[in-house]
Design a binder for this molecule. Sequence first.
Ligand code: ADP
Ligand code: MG
Length: 216
Amino acid sequence: MSKSLTIEAIELWMHHFATEIIGQEVWLTELDSAIGDADHGINMVRGAHSITSLLGEGSTGSIRELFKAVGMALISRVGGASGSLYGSLFLEMSTNSPQGTQIQATEFQAALRAGVNAVVARGHAQIGDKTMIDVLEPASVALTESITNGVELHEAIAAATTAASAGTQSTKPLVARKGRASYLGERSAGHIDPGAASSGILIHSLHTSISAGSVR
Ligand code: ADP
Ligand code: MG
């Protein structure tokens, strides 16, 4: 029964995240052109390239250092509202992660919880505001509930991914109450929120990365 993630699994997660973001650049930009300023794909792809290059530099030594490096890279390269929000997520996950090369399931859910709390503390968005929180919050809740109930880590991550997908879709009919899209008022309804889409990709990439061998 898998109870922890190795640093290799986390590196693979970040690799898949970067690759998926690059693959979905056009979609992310389309979403942001509908309700924002058409730069979310461009912003996130800059961040994805910085993640890819830091992964190429070799291991950071610990999961704590890896999340910190990702957070710093996103803050310095993504820009926009999303850069500092994703930066907060990863820096807080870093602070709540071990110095070693393995993270227990219970530590991992707590780290994601703390990271999502940091995004809320920075952006003050709640569920229903049509932001990345509509994905990150239910994904974190599903992970925490599953782990707390003794669900195996693979399945807990699958549950978080299902919650993330539902969260991404849930933003479509919503009227934005935070960020640039909120300037559109009622006209923001009818489109998936771009940050919710990229956060959905983040959680999906975690699921993709937990193939055999990366979890033990
Ligand atoms: P900008 O809005 O500055 O152009 P991006 O286009 O990169 O930045 O990112 C926009 C996304 O950021 C939104 O789709 C939304 O998900 C997220 N976002 C914006 N403001 C907030 C906030 N206060 N809290 C949470 N997420 C937010
Ligand atoms: Mg934008």
